[in-house]
Design a protein around this ligand. Structure first.
Ligand SMILES: [Zn+2]
Length: 375
């Protein structure tokens, strides 16, 4: 059965951030916790957000979000939320800050520990209430501002995905202006995350034709806009389209993702390497596209159409060429991963939520071979 569930009220355009006070009033927020990270503060983006709010400077701020959000950081932010008597969250930043903010809102509404919500333990039903969240993305890739999911590195070392309709923020303010200063390598990496979301959501076997349409539109935009956005960060049209593609990718992945994300989540949890999610996806997308190809002729033909490739063209090779053009690494070895680590990745890829919606069943041997092919 198809489940169509688009719930976030999204204000989208240059200057949309001016809507923030109205959105706070609409959701009844008087003392939100701003969940963000130090990079956002240093880039001056926090100030631009608090400037729009009366007495915005007096709002409590948690700026300790790590580049991959951890349970420990979520607990710290939640403690601050309680201490400051907050009534909701403004989640400001890339995927990490938004996921951390959504996790704090979940703890604030439903009580902890986080483990209780693990979908692998049928924990989604424990998400009874979530504090109001206004998500303000400052990158174009994750789409967490409209997504049902969050990804947190747990204290036991797992990179856990939590998902449920209650985790969809009630409000998103997507202002491409906030992405103009994003440096080229982060623009490229986050943008490839958006492209991967669109492709994997479209290929997921879950039946949801409207989500397929959204995925293809997102891919169409990102495939054309990402390179210009990387080459000229001030290209407003490219930035607008990348932010839209990012939002669309996340709207589409209500269908689930696939093996690229399974493998990227597994590799992204290694604390010593701290590999970037989007860069991992960029690198892993071509081999997974080759692995998934059998039986997908019709779907691949539609991808080619949207990407402007000739009929029968090799999509994986086209992604490899695109990666090269925007400065993404060629393989996992170039990212600093060594072969001896692969054994510890495979079981996490197998058990990842995204594996369930990969169009071709993938087991331990498949993942081992796919990782191996990246050296
Ligand atoms: Zn992703």
């Amino acid at each position: 059965m198809a489940l169509l569930n688009y719930l976030t009220t999204t204000h989208f355009d240059f200057g949309a951030i001016a809507r923030l006070p109205k959105e706070m009033a609409r959701l009844g927020l008087t003392r939100p916790l701003i969940a963000t990270d130090k990079g956002i503060v240093q880039a001056g983006l926090l100030g631009r957000i608090t400037d729009t709010i009366e007495n915005g400077d007096a709002l409590p701020v948690f700026d300790g979000t790590p580049s991959n959000p951890t349970e420990t950081a979520v607990l710290e932010a939640h403690a601050l939320y309680i201490e400051e008597g907050c009534d909701g969250i403004i989640a400001l930043g890339g995927g990490s800050s938004m996921d951390l903010g959504k996790a704090v809102a979940l703890l604030a509404g439903s009580g902890g520990p986080l483990d209780r919500f693990d979908p692998a333990q049928k924990g989604t039903k424990n998400m009874t209430k979530v504090a109001p969240v206004i998500a303000v993305p400052t990158t174009a890739g994750t789409g967490s501002e409209v997504s049902v999911g969050i990804i947190i590195i747990m204290q036991d070392g797992r990179k856990a995905t939590f998902a449920g309709p209650k985790l969809i923020p009630q409000s998103a303010i997507c202002d491409p202006e906030l992405t103009l200063g994003l440096p080229p390598h982060l623009t490229a990496a986050t943008g490839m995350d958006a492209i991967t979301h669109c492709i994997e959501a479209f290929l997921s076997p879950v039946v949801n034709p409207p989500a397929d349409g959204v995925a293809l539109d997102g891919l169409w935009r990102a495939w054309r806009a990402l390179k210009p956005a990387v080459e000229n960060g001030g290209d407003r049209d490219a930035r607008w389209n990348m932010m839209m593609a990012s939002t669309e990718g996340a709207l589409a992945f209500i269908k689930g993702l696939g093996a690229v994300h399974s493998m990227s989540h597994a590799a992204g949890r290694l604390p010593d390497l701290n590999l970037h999610h989007g860069t991992l996806n960029a690198v892993l997308l071509p081999p997974v596209l080759r692995f998934n190809a059998p039986g997908q002729e019709e779907r691949y033909a539609r991808l080619r159409q949207v990407m402007g490739l000739a009929p029968g063209a090799d999509i994986a090779a086209a992604v490899e060429a695109y990666n090269k053009a925007i400065g993404m690494p060629k393989n996992l070895a170039q990212m600093g991963l060594t072969r001896d680590r692969l054994d510890e990745l495979v079981p996490f890829a197998v058990s990842d939520l995204a594996t369930r919606t990969n169009p071709r069943p993938a087991g331990a041997e498949d993942f081992a071979a796919l990782y191996e092919s990246m050296f």
